[in-house]
Design a protein around this ligand. Structure first.
Ligand SMILES: Cc1cc2nc3c(=O)[nH]c(=O)nc-3n(C[C@H](O)[C@H](O)[C@H](O)COP(=O)(O)OP(=O)(O)OC[C@H]3O[C@@H](n4cnc5c(N)ncnc54)[C@H](O)[C@@H]3O)c2cc1C
Length: 376
């Protein structure tokens, strides 16, 4: 059984169902979430989605980004990194810009018959036993041999087992604005993905299939209304269009880096945001969650087919190592980098972009290719 029909829960269900195992996914919503969140798919995730038979549908809906840029606020390009240098490492040396809310319907449609998704079923509590788990839902209890907790950052499953979720909260909140403007016209030369440096007010500019997104740091202690009313002025400071920007949607997020002590508690496996969260800079949360789902659900399928539980434990430990040493480290480095004052660092990025060998090593880490070779 899987709690949560987000990108991670549906990927885990897909892996198990494709191996012929019966899976029930419990989703609290009456339909799939449509919230605007992850928008970047990295090369190893594209490889996994290809193995699951859903890559073509994602490519049909997304935009292929072969480069990304580091830029100076008000000062143009610092360096453009070409993902093409990853060609020896992956059949997909690019990022795909596409919202996670476009992937989840693709996964839902492609789920093979042994999997069923029950909408309107909120997991309230769980009672673990040696041989299974009793899952208490808003529509009554359901027994399962194993449970996957993929119910997001506020995981009810994690709360039910009393597991800690240790880590930190960033001092500022992040404001994400979706806009109707064509930023390629307003800021000539920008890439589909842009990390814009400024010690006082860094920002990220991301193209998605339907619009552009602007990510801005925002004080942690001011009212939401105050911050949203300042947004038109802050957007005009990104590029002066001579009129107010056409804003589609804006939300404020508090951002954490937290991780569970163990991704396996008896017959319950934790993955994705339920197990670890990180800041969104670099687009690693959903990607690493999908990697958790593929690796841990495959190891669970092995157990269900008579394999050893020690292999499953090893994978669960490895995924925790990846969450801390790759995902959290890289996303925190990205946060520090955007506030960097040092000119030497800018020079380092220029040299990196001009050196395919160094760029390849850097991009392997940035897109999580290296993380898949991590040892516990
Ligand atoms: C602004 C922003 C931008 C981001 N950008 C990126 C990016 O570019 N790339 C990237 O990789 N990551 C990004 N992330 C992170 C990414 O969105 C998450 O890591 C990802 O959604 C995790 O997927 P998940 O399936 O684990 O959890 P979720 O997507 O949160 O899905 C959990 C599901 O469980 C359901 N659920 C919750 N509680 C219960 C319950 N009690 N019972 C039953 N169902 C329940 C929810 O309704 C939901 O459908 C971003 C996040 C934010 C906030």
């Amino acid at each position: 059984m899987v709690a949560g029909a987000g990108p991670v829960g549906l990927t885990a269900a897909m892996v198990l169902a494709r191996r012929g195992h019966e899976v029930v996914v419990l989703e609290q919503g009456d339909e799939l979430a449509t919230e605007s969140r992850a928008s970047t798919f990295h090369p190893p995730t594209l490889e996994m989605l290809d193995d699951l038979g859903v890559l073509e549908a994602l490519l049909d809906r997304g935009i292929v980004a072969t480069t990304f840029q580091y830029r100076e606020r008000g000062g143009g390009e610092i360096a453009t990194l070409d993902l093409g240098v990853l060609a020896p490492d992956t059949p997909y040396p690019y990022r795909v810009q596409c919202e996670q809310s476009r992937l989840t319907p693709i996964l839902l449609d492609a789920l093979p018959a042994p999997a069923r998704v029950l909408f309107g079923h909120t997991v309230d509590d769980v009672t673990p036993s040696e041989h299974g788990v009793l899952v208490h839902t808003s529509r009554g209890p359901i027994a399962a041999d194993w449970l996957i907790g993929a119910d997001g950052a506020h995981s009810a499953v994690r709360h039910a087992v009393g597991a800690a979720f240790d880590g930190d909260t960033y001092p500022e909140r992040f404001l994400v604005a979706s806009v109707e403007e064509d930023l390629t016209a307003a800021l000539p030369g920008i890439a589909p993905i842009n990390y814009v440096f400024d010690p006082a007010e860094w920002l990220v500019l991301l193209r998605t299939p339907a619009h552009w997104r602007v990510l801005l740091p925002t004080p942690g202690d001011t009212g939401d209304d105050v911050e949203l009313s300042r947004l038109p002025e802050r957007l005009a400071a990104v590029a002066d269009l001579g009129r107010p920007w056409r804003l589609l949607h804006a939300s404020l997020y508090r951002v954490h880096q937290r991780v569970m002590e163990s991704f396996r508690v008896g017959r319950i496996l934790f993955m994705g945001d339920a197990a670890h969260v990180n800041n969104p800079l670099g687009g690693l949360g959903m990607n690493s969650g999908i990697h958790d789902a593929v690796q841990m659900a495959s190891a669970l399928a092995d157990v269900l087919e008579g394999g050893s539980e020690s292999a499953l434990d090893l994978i669960a430990t490895r995924r925790r190592t990846v969450a801390v040493e790759h995902v959290q480290r890289a996303s925190h480095d990205n946060w520090k980098r955007l506030r960097e004052r040092d000119d030497g660092f800018r020079q380092h990025l220029r040299e990196l972009a001009a050196d395919p060998v160094a760029a390849r090593a850097y991009l392997r880490r940035a897109c999580l290719l290296d993380s898949l070779e991590a040892r516990p």
